[in-house]
Design a protein around this ligand. Structure first.
Ligand code: G3P
Length: 336
């Protein structure tokens, strides 16, 4: 009798094991993230790291597919698709200021003195004030904020004063804060999306522009414009954005994984920001470029032009008026 029992038990175990083996593995939910920058720069690094962390935390429940370099369309197109839920996530910057003007204040010219200063503000009240109301208004939520680097001019020749740039065709992003800042500097900017810059340089449509060192290296802008002047006039802050309806529909545990992956991937980026700049500067120099400090005259000019440009947000008559602009500026100043 005992032997029959044992035999039955073994059969039951083997049947159970066979069933388990035959059961189809639960397929992962695929999350596509679109971005605008090439591989190897902070935006794309964060997208990949977010994916790795989320996959690990969720034990494979979510699988992240990264589409960098505008492979899912230029920034305006993929932002629209993330709002519609065609894709669930994207990475971008102040292009989202067309949906709510306050988002432009993430990149207020001459606002942050250092990465440390900006890091505190982005992890604190400044970010909260800027982002307030954005998910309700846009259908998108910004779930982290990380630096791409401070913008510097890249040109063919040395820039000792702003007069050396006036008259040149300088590319600017097609975003009010940028076109307005160029106007304050007296530069007639050439607005175009980031993805068009390398071809515009090759074809001679533009003479130069401004970008973080990482972008200058990733798109080899130094080949046409070997002089980088480190004016550091705008800190580019990008973030991961998620479709708000999708985010709110996630089970609480899953939402916590998304939040944690967003937080950790951004923190790594802040921690690496200075090293990324240093490495990129060395690469410009290795390719026979020059990385120069601005003259005191240029530095002063940029600071004054930057502060003048804030009226874009503070003036009630401006199309980009931000009702809580003063509170945002004060909160950023308090993190100095
Ligand atoms: O956050 C906006 C910023 O990305 C615009 O600059 O040069 O990346 O198009 P750019």
């Amino acid at each position: 009798m005992k032997r029959i029992h044992a035999l039955l038990l073994i059969c039951a175990f083997m049947f159970g094991a066979a069933c388990l083996h035959a059961a189809p593995a639960q397929s992962a939910t695929v999350i596509k993230i679109a971005g605008m920058k090439p591989e190897g720069v902070p935006e794309t690094i964060v997208m990949h790291r977010f994916g790795e962390i989320l996959e690990k935390l969720s034990n494979g429940k979510y699988k992240v597919e990264v589409y960098p370099n505008s492979t899912l369309g230029k920034e305006d197109a993929y932002i629209a698709n993330t709002r519609k839920g065609v894709i669930k996530m994207c990475a971008t910057g102040t292009q989202t200021s067309s949906l709510q003007a306050s988002m432009g204040m993430l990149e207020t010219p001459m606002l942050f003195d250092s990465y440390e200063h900006a890091h505190k503000a982005m992890n604190g009240k400044t970010f909260e004030l800027i982002h307030k109301g954005f998910p309700e208004k846009s259908g998108l939520r910004m779930i982290n904020a990380f630096p791409l680097g401070f913008r510097n001019f890249y040109t063919k020749n040395e820039v000792k004063s702003i007069n050396d740039i006036k008259g040149l065709r300088m590319r600017v992003p097609n975003i009010p804060l940028y076109t307005n800042f160029a106007k304050e500097c007296g530069i007639s900017g050439q607005p175009m999306p980031f993805a068009e810059v390398p071809a515009a340089l090759d074809q001679g449509v533009i003479d130069g522009g401004d970008s973080p060192l990482g972008d200058i290296v990733a798109d080899k802008m130094y080949e046409k414009c070997p002089v980088v002047t480190q004016t550091r006039h705008i800190l580019v802050i990008h973030g991961l954005y998620i479709n708000e309806k999708f985010y709110q529909g996630l089970p609480a545990q899953d939402r916590a994984w998304f939040d944690q992956a967003a937080k950790e991937s951004a923190e790594e980026c802040w921690a690496n920001a200075i090293a990324i700049d240093d490495k990129a500067a060395k690469e410009v120099i290795a390719h026979k470029g020059r990385v120069l400090e601005p003259t005191p005259e240029l530095k002063k000019f940029m600071k004054e032009a930057g502060e003048r440009s804030w009226t874009l947000f503070t003036d009630p008559k401006s199309k980009n008026y931000v009702p809580n602009a003063k509170e945002i500026l004060d909160s950023a100043a308090a993190y100095k």
